[in-house]
Design a protein around this ligand. Structure first.
Ligand SMILES: [Zn+2]
Length: 300
């Protein structure tokens, strides 16, 4: 008999502003996915960027989730589990450990390029704003490389091959990292840990089995799966959410203050906000008030 694997989802917001409708939608969908699987839900605070993250926003985030009725089993600002705290700003030693593992594999090197250097040396690419790093600072043609001390960001070598995965929403995906992004940054020049490394280490050590998040992260999933493979972690399943738009078809943004939790809490009850989010997600035919617990019992 197989041992039953405990399902676990997570919500991993950055505390750089008040939650807005787009965050409510992402939180609700991840929470529902975990609860429908009979699993746990983790709240991780992604405060890696010291310039933009504020503890007051993390506190408001927790308060807004409580108000909405989206309860978490592990994590939060004061959460601590067997593999450390749940605020990324407190997990630097953990990231350092895995960074050193990648360095020992000879896959890391220092990059001293300015943004202008990178823009000048990259081949013209699709007009989606992505920057594909040319490998300008690679110390040799192929790894192993020696990671030197000194200034600069640290990049992870990527091979010229396809990374394949099946997204539960968007279906089979195939991404060649050398064409998609090139060698990518795992530690910034200012010492801050890059998202791609931190998110993989955290999801793996927090035993996350189901990642439900916005479609803006669909293509960076391949970068993360590459790190999962290098570090020998089992990878979770991924379901990316189509981005929620307003009535005018524009992506919901933090700049639309009518959609911030501050404004929503003045105008609506928690069940009304959940109803709006569920309707936008296509779970309800009308934006009728409903609790998260009631939604668990409705088939998607
Ligand atoms: Zn460089």
């Amino acid at each position: 008999m197989n041992e039953q694997k405990e399902e676990k989802g997570r919500f991993a917001p950055s505390p750089t502003g008040r939650m807005h409708m787009g965050n409510v939608y992402a939180a609700l969908m991840s929470w529902l996915d975990a609860r429908r699987a009979g699993g746990k839900w983790v709240l991780r605070i992604e405060d890696l960027d010291p310039q933009r993250s504020r503890m007051e926003y993390a506190r408001l985030l927790e308060d807004d989730l409580h108000w909405l009725g989206l309860d978490w089993d592990e994590g939060g600002i004061d959460g601590a589990g067997p593999n450390g705290p749940y605020c990324q700003s407190l997990r630097s030693d953990i990231y350092e450990h895995y960074y050193q593992r990648l360095a020992e594999m000879g896959l890391l090197y220092k990059c001293r390029c300015t943004r202008a250097d990178i823009m000048a040396s990259q081949a013209p690419h699709e007009s989606d704003g992505r920057v594909v790093y040319s490998g300008r600072c690679r110390p040799g043609a192929e790894p192993p490389f020696t990671l030197t001390d000194g200034p600069g960001s640290t990049r992870l070598y990527v091979p010229d091959r396809q990374i394949e995965f099946v997204d539960e929403t968007y279906g089979p995906q195939s991404v060649n990292l050398s064409e998609h992004c090139g060698d990518f940054v795992v530690r910034r020049a200012d010492g801050a840990w890059a998202y791609q490394l931190a998110v993989v280490v955290d999801d793996a050590l927090m035993d996350i089995t189901r990642v439900v998040r916005g479609a803006d992260l669909l293509l960076s999933t391949a970068q993360q799966l590459y790190i999962y493979e290098l570090l020998g972690f089992p990878s979770p399943t991924f379901a990316h959410l189509p981005l929620v738009c307003n009535a005018a078809g524009q992506r919901l943004s933090k700049r639309d203050h009518s959609m911030s939790m501050e404004a929503l809490r003045q105008r609506y009850t928690p069940a009304e906000v959940i109803g709006l989010a569920a309707h936008q997600a296509g779970l309800l035919p009308t934006p009728a008030p409903i609790t998260p617990q009631q939604l668990v019992r409705i088939n998607a």
